[in-house]
Design a binder for this molecule. Structure first.
Ligand code: SF4
Length: 181
């Protein structure tokens, strides 16, 4: 896996102050994407032990709420194995920190994929929040929380798996209606 950046004390990509890994590689190619530079999986730096150490050093801080995986798409085919190893390691070392993951895949697509792809299955079982779906320019909004367009949902993964139905962590439809969430 390759990546473009590791950002620290990030307040825009999940709750609290987070460390964010910006992976390389995305096959969705959404019109209006803000990060087309990340589409090429061969671009960027190799995700090696030093990069992992950089993330772990951030997670050591009490003020760091957790890790956000973004990109690109962390679930781009060639990223899945390394992301699955990373989420397992983070959950083992830092059980109190949350893992948020942005992807262009939708929840239902991932549930189907998880039946054939062990890495997707492992990832879903070890992350806390999934921000799903492609960016849709005509649904773009600056009012909603943490995602770019209103079709993208913020899913509570653990509750959704437990209840076997999609449970939102934050409901941006309510935010757009002016209801506090
Ligand atoms: S899924 Fe995300 S990174 Fe990929 S093209 Fe769409 S907006 Fe860009």
């Amino acid at each position: 896996m390759r990546y473009h950046n590791i950002t620290k004390a990030d307040m825009l990509n999940g709750e609290g102050l987070r460390v964010v890994l910006w992976t390389s590689g995305c096959s969705h190619h959404c019109p209006g994407c803000q990060n087309p530079i990340t589409w090429d999986a061969n671009d960027g730096l190799e995700f090696d032990d030093n990069a992992k150490k950089e993330i772990f050093q951030e997670l050591e801080h009490d003020w760091c709420s957790g890790l956000t995986l973004s990109g690109g798409d962390p679930l781009f085919c060639s990223n899945r194995k390394d992301i699955s190893k990373l989420v397992l390691e983070v959950k083992k070392k830092y059980p109190d920190k949350t893992i948020w993951l942005y992807t262009g895949y939708c929840w239902n697509e991932l549930l189907k994929l998880s039946k054939e792809d062990k890495d997707i299955d492992t990832i879903l079982k070890n992350i806390d929040v999934l921000l799903d779906g492609r960016f849709v320019l005509k649904l773009a909004s600056e009012k909603i929380h943490y995602v770019g367009s209103s079709n993208q949902r913020i899913i509570d993964v653990k509750e959704s798996i437990k209840k076997n139905k999609e449970i939102l962590y934050i409901d941006n439809d309510k935010v757009l209606e002016g209801v506090e969430v």
